[in-house]
Design a protein around this ligand. Structure first.
Ligand code: ATP
Ligand code: MG
Length: 381
């Protein structure tokens, strides 16, 4: 359940700041996501966000602390489907709910890094150095404007990683090895990988280190084509290097419900991937494409935009689906070990087949990091 709300303070007593403080009161009453009363832009003119934290809503239960983080790869080998926008805004939305989130940029384009304030070429050490250069996690992790969101950015050298990884013995598992203390530790609630648009070694490293995959896609014919290949790769990795891996969900991005084709593609994907498709569909929204150039996730740029609200909604859906799965697993554990559970179809893939079938009609042409405290006070704002 979503138990936290966003608290924002401004530095100076300007009218913008007053509006912000009044907005906090209304947000406290309304709960996160119903942001009536909050200033449209953060920071509002004349005010600077000095603290963004979270306070428990009066009746909400405290979030349970998990032993190890949920590790989610955001992947789709097709380019421009909304991976980075989803990785950044899902990570930020979870962090706004005071979950401790680590975003790892696995893409040499470094778009996720730029979107949280580390433009390409601005860091000396990042994912490449962590995987191949012997750098420690503490040396590469950076804070962001959101206090419970951290990033391992992509340094310029990541562009050479695909070639260099080939010669390594642990070429598919280098990321899992390098991140082991984080993946096995309890300092983070979520680790989110932004994968590049390929099924190369960087993506494979992400899928081997992750527990789940979230697939962003557009509701377009060519977007369907890649889904079968990605499903095949996930199955192969599950059979060999990472039996825990499963498809967590598929999210439609840049969704335009006005076209028949979009609806047909959604139906087609639902037919093959069943409940894996999230109810939340992210519409085309200009704020989502503007916010990266300001180095901000959409909720710090324009929290009332449909884009920011959609990702907050997606975060709620992701959380409630994961919590429902955990509860089901706990109930199953109490009832005794189910037969051959490891071989059972993963959550959300009950009707999944290896490949989407027929084409839909019509067919178009073609600073030093302050590490998250392991025993951080959850209620502190
Ligand atoms: N819902 C949206 N509304 C408007 N623009 C969007 C939306 N989602 C993404 N975009 C824009 O579409 C482009 C592609 O999105 P994004 O970078 O997230 O895709 P990607 O899958 O990560 O791409 P790549 O494969 O190159 O890594 C970007 O310019 C982004 O700002
Ligand atoms: Mg990207």
């Amino acid at each position: 359940m979503w138990t936290r709300i966003l608290l924002i303070q401004q530095e100076r007593g300007t009218s913008g700041a007053r509006a912000g403080l009044e907005g906090i009161q209304r947000a406290l009453e309304a709960g996160l996501g119903r942001s009536e009363g909050l200033p449209r832009r953060f920071p509002p003119p004349g005010g600077t966000v000095v603290r963004i934290g979270a306070v428990p809503s009066p009746s909400a239960p405290r979030r349970k602390t998990r032993a190890r983080p949920r590790v989610v790869a955001i992947s789709n080998q097709k380019g421009g489907e909304g991976k980075t926008t989803t990785a950044v805004n899902l990570a930020a939305s979870l962090a706004a709910g005071e979950h401790r989130v680590l975003l790892v940029d696995l893409d040499p384009q470094a778009n996720a890094s730029s979107s949280v304030g580390y433009p390409r070429g601005s860091v000396q050490a990042g994912t490449y150095e962590l995987m191949l250069g012997g750098a420690r996690f503490a040396d590469v992790v950076r804070p962001t404007e959101l206090p419970s969101l951290w990033v391992v950015p992509a340094s310029a050298d990541l562009a050479g990683a695909e070639v260099e990884l080939v010669n390594l013995e642990d070429r598919e598992t280098a990321l899992r090895r390098a991140l082991a203390p984080v993946l096995e530790g309890s300092d983070h609630d979520f680790v989110i990988f932004d994968c590049p648009p390929s099924l190369g070694l960087l993506t494979i490293n992400g899928l081997v280190a992750a527990d789940r995959v979230v697939i962003p896609m557009q509701a377009k014919y060519f977007s369907l084509e890649g889904l079968g290949a990605l499903k095949g790769t996930i199955d192969a990795i599950r059979a060999g290097l990472n039996p825990r891996l499963r498809i967590e969900g598929i999210v439609f991005c840049m969704f335009d419900p006005r076209t028949n084709l979009a609806q047909q593609v959604v139906n087609e994907v639902r037919e093959h991937f069943a409940d894996a498709v999230y109810e939340t569909m992210v519409p085309i929204n200009i704020r989502l494409s503007e916010s990266p150039s300001f180095g901000k996730p959409a909720l710090l740029y324009d929290i009332e935009s449909r884009g920011a609200q959609s990702y907050l909604q997606l975060a709620r859906e992701v959380l409630s689906r994961m919590e429902a799965a955990d509860e089901k697993a706990a109930a199953g554990a109490e009832a005794g070990p189910p037969a051959k559970q490891a071989e059972a179809a993963p959550e959300g893939e009950t009707k999944a087949k290896a490949k989407p079938k027929a084409k839909p009609e019509p067919k178009p042409k073609p600073e030093p990091h302050e590490a998250p405290a392991a025993k951080k006070s959850k209620g502190a704002a």
